[in-house]
Design a protein around this ligand. Sequence first.
Ligand code: ZN
Length: 335
Amino acid sequence: METPTINAESGVFASELLLRRDRLERAVARNLGDRHLEHLLSEVDAALQRIEKGTFGLCETCGGEIEHDRLLADPLVRYCLEDLTPGEQRALEQDLQLAAEIQRGLLPQPSVRTHGWEVSHHFAPLGVVSGDYCDVVVPDGSDGHGFFLLGDVSGKGVAASILMANLHATFRTLLASRLPIDALLERANRLFCESTIASQYATLVCVKASPDGEVEVANAGHCPVLVRSEAGTRVMQSGGLPLGMFCSSQYPIERTRLDRGDLMLLYTDGVIEARNAADAEYGHDRLLAMFEGLAPETRRDPARVTQACLDHLAAFRDGAPRRDDVTIMAVRRME
Ligand SMILES: [Zn+2]
């Protein structure tokens, strides 16, 4: 997902920096003569001056824009990635690798079987880390109810991956409270609103599946869920606004029932917004046609379903570069 430009956000950065300045000043007063604190204070003042002059977010070497996610993570940065010193570059690469490791640790197993459901996912960041969110949770004492979650945080790179980790922790905590999923999303939305800066939001779909095949879906501005049964394919697309956009939002629950052998497909917009060399979009209709055309032997195995999606997408792109994170989750009710 794209994020708004720096200019629209400089007010947010300014208030954030003023808050830090206040803290620093008090720390300096308590630790007179601390060179490091004094240096930091001067850096904060310099950043505030850049906001005032309208040069905030511009590289001091080349004058180009500094990468947005780096500014979000550290408003004091003054150089774009290309103008870092070799030492700074090495430190950054190590940080990135660590962030990627942490992120991989938050993912569910590639294939999960739980209470009559079989789930497989594919998670492919565009860069080293991703803003996509993907989880499978069976809370203790949930009578075998499973939760399948897929989301997409605005922006890319490290800042987005931090928010992804934030969502992961939020839902892991909330799911233990056994709230209905509409209340769950309402609560997560409020928490996300309160804990992130104004321009950050996330789309997310939450599926609750019971061992007898009943399925509930609540959707916060995310791509619809596709359900395939003997009767045909159903597109479950009712839903509310993305998390973090407005502090009070409501999320209707859509219900359906899956028979044994029926399939669900969850995906992020990196799938449907993929483009080929002729700049045509893959689009929802192509995904739907692929899903409806899956061979019976493919449908029997969720891992083969996610692979079929990826193959179809790769054939369409025909070598054109990827431009977004891609995450796909296939869920099947076991026979
Ligand atoms: Zn530069």
